[in-house]
Design a protein around this ligand. Structure first.
Ligand SMILES: C[S@@+](CC[C@H](N)C(=O)[O-])C[C@H]1O[C@@H](n2cnc3c(N)ncnc32)[C@H](O)[C@@H]1O
Length: 245
């Protein structure tokens, strides 16, 4: 989490709704245009995308939800490397899954522990007509329930545990250093024991270590945070850590 506000300045702005009775129709048209632009890889402004997110979740977009152009880049990599299924670990309001679904041919599963966000993310997928390619599941991540997939996306999902109260999303879930340690340990165990060929995508890291059974296959430093893609190349590593944090 915690990304600087970003906009793809090269992308065209969509029209604005005018608050009249035609606003719903305008909004449908805008969603279709935006969806078409993302399918074509043309990019989009985060502000244009975020208007389809509930108002109370929009204000934290720059800190909590993946920027559109990061999701688009990840989508290009996923298709390029032949990944078919992707799990977003802590899917929030569904922004990554929806934007990356529009930019790729993959099937997505978003795991999110906050019920309110799962409801919002299902609505977002319907808005962009990609609900047949995304399954949002309300659940807390533990090593026992990480679904099988070709790729796992982590946008520093457990970082909120270390934030001060005013930077946390809400108090609906357990947060704190104890939970942080448990989640990181579970994520590291899962990553270490994942099958050979598994892809890992990290945006601003995930707080844990990537073992040297993985190799880095792509990196984009031209984003608010580094986006990295790893592939598990060997069943077991030497014990050396490629990257932590
Ligand atoms: C930084 S946001 C990223 C959201 C989304 N992946 C995106 O990129 O737009 C992290 C999300 O992970 C969720 N989360 C954190 N810990 C979780 C856990 N243990 N199980 C399920 N969801 C979790 C939070 O509620 C939050 O919505």
């Amino acid at each position: 989490m915690k990304a600087d506000r970003t906009e793809n300045v090269a992308a065209p702005r969509m029209g604005q709704t005018d608050g009249t009775a035609d606003a719903t129709l305008d909004s449908d048209v805008e969603a279709r245009e935006l969806g078409d632009a993302l399918r074509a890889g043309a990019g989009a402004h985060d502000d244009d995308f975020d208007q389809f997110i509930p108002h109370e979740d929009r204000r934290v977009s720059a800190d909590y939800w993946t920027p559109v152009r990061v999701a688009t880049r990840a989508a290009q990599w996923l298709d390029y490397f032949g990944a078919r299924s992707v799990v977003d670990v802590g899917s929030g309001v569904g922004k990554f899954c929806v934007a990356a679904a529009l930019g790729s041919h993959c099937q997505f599963t978003g795991i999110e522990h906050r019920t309110r966000l799962v409801t919002a993310s299902r609505a977002l997928a319907r808005t962009f007509d990609v609900e047949d390619r995304i399954d949002f599941v309300q659940s807390a991540m533990t090593d026992a329930i990480w679904p099988k997939a070709d790729a796992y996306y982590l946008y520093n999902p457990f970082g909120e545990n270390l934030c001060q109260f005013e930077y946390q999303l809400d108090r609906e879930v357990e947060l704190g250093i104890d939970r942080y340690k448990r989640e990181i340990a579970a994520a590291e165990r899962f990553i270490e024991h994942a099958p050979r060929g598994t892809f890992l995508l990290t945006y601003n890291g995930f707080g844990g270590r990537v073992p040297d059974s993985y190799e880095q296959v792509a990196i984009d430093r031209d984003q608010p945070y580094e986006l990295r893609m790893w592939r598990k190349a060997r069943q077991a590593g030497s014990g050396r850590v490629l990257r932590s944090g």
